[in-house]
Ligand binder design. Structure first.
Ligand SMILES: O=C(CO)[C@@H](O)[C@H](O)COP(=O)(O)O
Length: 244
């Protein structure tokens, strides 16, 4: 029988790292309604817990995600759920009935199979989900897409919720792609990032470009950006743009 880790029994550094991750993940959930990416409770953010023991941040085998079906207004650091990378809730001090997001298995699978990923986000944002319903990748016709996605936003397979299927689809689609977003067929966008904030940003950008390319197509033919120019946009945005 596997024993469930008890948060209060973990070392001080790890407990502090979990507490800080819970704060971040709770605050980032507020970004989903703020950017118009979710209705009701239909979207989630998670972040891998990293701990710094004096040698820089090191990944742990825990991550933090929201509880399932709880209103965004009611989310706080205290009710963020702590899970192992197998997707099992640990004894994290929250009530036993507070179960983690229904997408927990998908997030956990991504963390287990994509080492550099520190944050995962899922939404059902309207325009991105409309492309997912058509199972049509979003073509790279905007500099913002070159910047953030390095090309088209791909479609992932159809997968039922509840087990590893969605996670497998995300990993298969994104493993060899520059895009931090995949549109899971008939479902919606999943985004990844080095941390939860980066994954939330990708979700915001994904919805924005899904909307703009859709609107552009209503007015006529869209023009794709040649891949060599997309590569240059992406390189500049990822390595030069912003503060360092
Ligand atoms: O796609 C689905 C359900 O079909 C999920 O993404 C939920 O919409 C979000 O659920 P919780 O995170 O609240 O469990």
């Amino acid at each position: 029988m596997t024993t469930v880790p008890v948060l209060a029994e973990l070392d001080d550094a790890l407990q502090a790292a979990v507490a800080a991750t819970r704060e971040r993940v709770a605050a980032l959930h507020a970004e989903l309604p703020r950017w118009g990416l979710v209705v009701w409770t239909a979207g989630n953010v998670s972040e891998r817990v990293t701990v710094d023991r004096g040698n820089g941040p090191e990944p742990t085998d825990l991550f933090v995600i929201k509880p399932s079906g709880v209103s965004y207004d009611e989310l706080s650091a205290e009710n963020m759920v702590v899970c192992t990378l197998e997707g099992t809730k640990i004894a994290d001090g929250t009530p036993e009935h507070l179960v983690p997001s229904s997408d927990t298995a998908a997030h956990a699978y991504v963390y287990r199979h994509m080492e550099g990923v520190g944050g995962v986000v899922h939404t059902h944002s309207t325009y991105a989900t409309a492309w997912a319903a058509r199972r049509e990748p979003i073509p790279c016709a905007l500099t913002m897409m070159g910047d953030e996605f390095g090309g088209e936003i791909p479609i992932g397979p159809f997968a039922l919720i509840g087990d590893d299927s969605i996670g497998r689809g995300i990993v298969e689609t994104l493993r060899d792609s520059k895009s931090p977003a995949v549109l899971m067929a008939n479902h919606g966008p999943f985004t990844i990032g080095k941390d939860a904030r980066a994954a939330v940003k990708a979700a915001v950008m994904c919805e924005e470009v899904a909307k703009t390319v859709h609107v552009a197509r209503q007015g006529g033919e869209i023009h794709l950006i040649p891949q060599d120019l997309v590569d240059r946009l992406n390189d500049r945005y990822q390595n030069v743009y912003g503060q360092h």
